[in-house]
Design a protein around this ligand. Structure first.
Ligand SMILES: *[C@@H]1O[C@H](CO)[C@@H](O)[C@H](O)[C@H]1NC(C)=O
Ligand SMILES: *[C@@H]1O[C@H](CO)[C@@H](O)[C@H](O)[C@H]1NC(C)=O
Ligand SMILES: *[C@@H]1O[C@H](CO)[C@@H](O)[C@H](O)[C@H]1NC(C)=O
Length: 694
């Protein structure tokens, strides 16, 4: 053993003596969701070994999905000694000792041991209420800290938490204004950019809106706004804040303004003493869309329809904690019970990590009677309403509330049915979030076959689950137009990109053709449901003819084992045939695509498995979690469980350190070169098994 090894061993031993390692259940995810309720309230703790700190709440700053800090600091003072429990503030204070982390669909829970004297239970709860739009419309999240004695003795405890102005602007040079106030028993720091620039972003964060950091207004509460070192320093020195407001409004990075609360919990014994905080934002106008009329329409954030003003919205959220926890527990339990019953713990490890991430990409707008939901693609680029990003996300939407799919498709129909898009195929996206100005010149990213298939499949999936055939009638002309495109282009796909655009373009993509053909079969059912019998016959006949020809073009039946190809006339190529999932999602089953195709792929995938998954196709070793789950959900139990075992193992050990990526290298478990996807809503696709019709 050389000197270097001795030193490393010494450090490791020292580390293990001072801090027991935290346990993680059900897994140690690449990043931990802290407050993830919309594209702009999107704060995570980086975990993965490649830059994260291993999943401890202290020692690094929580950060926005795009990596900039969302300053969030916590201290606890026990019998006169102060410890840091969140964030990475300077000041040389000792840290608490994290002993456990666990997550559910809506909660991230940290357990801290403070010097063997008290235990902290720190719960980040982001409500997800797909069937309660009033609550879903609130872009707010909770933080609850419960403290109990660990050693049987009572301890004198003060608790501190702050947020920085970084939450309110991605431009650190922007000037922030703030004030402290109380309303309806809630104490709050309100802060915002002085220069409100509606419908614009800096570094992916909104340039407009008002932020609220709130807690209960009690005698034991003290507060302060001011420079980070002053406010945190006051608590560290005194265990209390001076109840003063800094009125020198300034840039985010100018003596870093922070907004602090301190609570004197008094003497804490075996009974838990809890403090509740909430963080969130309100906006008036939220999204501009080129839809009805010749000009952009700005849609209000949906909360405006339910509340008179932002203070009412904020206090409602804060005081709604009891009902929110009940609803959150219902959702947590539903996802847990259904995931376990369907496919076991490995599946739940993935699904429960995907709920907040998916809903966190959605912006709810409009009114209760006419809601529109906008989606931000996140990280691959900032497109708004990307059709082939909505498409992979729909399993979670269909599983929780299919109406939300209608609200997501509405902006796309408004844009195209009002004549703002010249091409006969379906549009790819509506622009760059939050400005949905469409492509009146038809220059969107060209994925014509992909999006025609996606739109028709999604529309039918919604109508089947809601029996909303009037919806099909309403959109019939444009759906028929897109189906016409599929008749012309689906069987022999021209050289083009698919949704996996990063993999490059290719002619005759087997999987893409299959999507188009299933889209035609879907159009036959749409025609039937709307009383267009001749169209139903014609689209149905074409689909039947195409699917039998497709097997001739796209299957290498001489291979051992046989498999679908990546592209026609390239017999050794192959890939994930994930579009076959749509055939099952729509209930067409073996009556349309023969069971032999399902069996063939199910037998083939395990032969291609690498350490962390089955590659997307023969061009690269990277893979995608959403598409693997689409394949897994329609495979044999053995093959499905193999996929789930590889993915759950990857989650627990990946070096990636940002919010769950859907794209990674199946050999290294890391990001592929130059493709660090993060926080994308396609994670909704992990609910593929639970979205299938029973
Ligand atoms: C921590 O608190 C949360 C929320 O009240 C609760 O669900 C969880 O069971 C608690 N965990 C522990 C270990 O006390
Ligand atoms: C507030 O402080 C008083 C005195 O220390 C204590 O009795 C009381 O329990 C505290 N209230 C809360 C909510 O911590
Ligand atoms: C696509 O496949 C068809 C059917 O095998 C073939 O006729 C055509 O040449 C192929 N196109 C290209 C560009 O390879």
């Amino acid at each position: 053993m050389g000197l270097r090894s001795v030193l490393v061993a010494g450090v490791a031993l020292f580390g293990s003596l001072t801090h027991a390692a935290s346990s993680f259940s059900p897994a140690r995810p690449p990043a931990i969701p802290l407050a993830v309720k919309g594209p702009y309230l999107n704060s995570w703790l980086h975990v993965g070994s490649d830059g994260g700190n291993g999943g401890l709440l202290y020692g690094e700053w929580p950060s926005f999905w795009n990596s900039q800090n969302t300053g969030w600091a916590g201290f606890i003072r026990v019998d006169g000694s102060t410890y840091n429990w969140m964030g990475a503030p300077s000041g040389g204070v000792a840290t608490v000792d994290q002993t456990d982390f666990s997550y559910t669909s809506t909660r991230s829970i940290f357990i801290m041991n403070v010097d063997n004297k008290v235990e902290m239970n720190i719960t980040f709860l982001t409500p997800v209420t797909p069937n309660d739009l009033r609550r879903q419309s609130l872009v707010f999240s909770y933080l609850e800290v419960a403290v109990t004695s660990l050693d049987g003795a009572s301890h004198d405890v003060q608790l501190y938490a702050d947020v920085s102005a970084e939450w309110a602007s991605g431009d650190l040079n922007a000037v922030i204004t703030w004030e402290y106030n109380t309303a309806d028993g809630v104490a709050y720091h309100q802060f915002q950019r002085q220069d409100q620039e509606e419908i614009t972003e800096s570094n992916q964060q909104a340039n407009w809106g008002t932020w609220f950091w709130s807690t209960s207004d009690e005698d034991n509460l003290s507060y302060q706004s001011g420079a980070d070192s002053d406010v945190r320093g006051a608590f560290i020195s005194n265990g209390v804040l001076p109840n003063t407001a800094d009125t020198n409004y300034r840039a985010v990075n100018s003596d870093w303004p922070v907004f602090g609360f301190a609570n004197d919990l008094g003497s804490v014994g075996s009974e838990a003493v809890s403090t509740l905080y909430s963080i969130g934002m309100t906006q008036g106008g939220a999204i501009s869309l080129l839809g009805e009329g010749a000009d952009l329409t700005t849609y209000p954030a949906l909360w405006n329809d339910y509340f008179d003003n932002d203070i009412d919205a904020m206090t409602f959220f804060y005081t709604d904690y009891s009902e929110s926890t009940t609803l959150a527990t219902e959702l947590d339990n539903k996802v847990a019970t259904d995931s376990i019953a369907a496919a076991g713990q490995n599946y739940l490890t993935l699904t429960s990590l995907s709920v907040r991430q998916t809903f966190g990409a959605l912006q709810f707008t409009g009114t209760d009677s006419d809601p529109l939901v906008f989606l931000k693609e996140i990280s691959s680029n900032s497109d708004i309403q990307t059709v082939d990003v909505i498409f992979p996300a729909i399993p979670l939407i269909l599983y929780t509330n299919p109406d939300i799919l209608n609200y997501l498709l509405k902006p796309l129909f408004l844009n195209q049915e009002n004549g703002h898009y010249p091409n006969t195929n379906a549009i790819h996206d509506l622009g760059t979030f939050p400005l949905a100005k469409g492509y009146p010149d038809g220059t969107d990213e060209p994925q014509p076959l992909e999006e025609c298939g996606n739109m028709i499949i999604m529309v039918l999936a919604y109508a089947q689950r809601t029996n909303d055939d009037a919806y099909l009638t309403q959109h019939y002309p444009i759906l028929k137009q897109w189906a016409g495109y599929l008749v012309d282009e689906a069987l022999i796909p021209a050289d083009q990109i698919s949704t996996d655009d990063f993999a490059g373009s290719l002619a005759n993509q087997t999987n893409l053709a299959l999507k188009g053909i299933i889209g035609l079969r879907a159009m036959a059912e749409i025609a039937e449901r709307t009383g267009n019998a001749d169209d139903a016959q014609s689209f149905g006949d074409t689909a039947t003819s195409y699917i039998s020809q497709w097997q001739g073009f796209g299957v290498n039946s001489a291979a051992d084992p046989p498999h679908a190809t990546l592209s026609y006339n390239d017999p050794d190529s192959h890939g994930l045939l994930y579009n076959l999932y749509a055939n099952s999602l729509l209930g067409f089953g073996a009556e349309f695509v023969p069971q032999s195709v399902y069996d063939m792929q199910s037998n083939f995938y395990p032969t291609q498995a690498l350490d962390y998954g089955v590659p997307l196709d023969t061009r690269h070793t990277y893979t995608k979690t959403d598409w693997m789950l689409w394949c897994a959900s329609i495979a044999s139990v053995e093959t499905r469980d193999k996929f789930l075992q590889l993915i759950a193992g990857w989650i627990d050990s990946t070096p990636t350190n940002m919010a769950l990526t859907d794209l990674y290298d199946a050999v290294t478990g890391n990001y592929p070169d130059g493709l660090a996807f993060t926080a994308r809503p396609v994670a909704g696709g992990h609910f593929s098994i639970l979205a299938l019709p029973s």
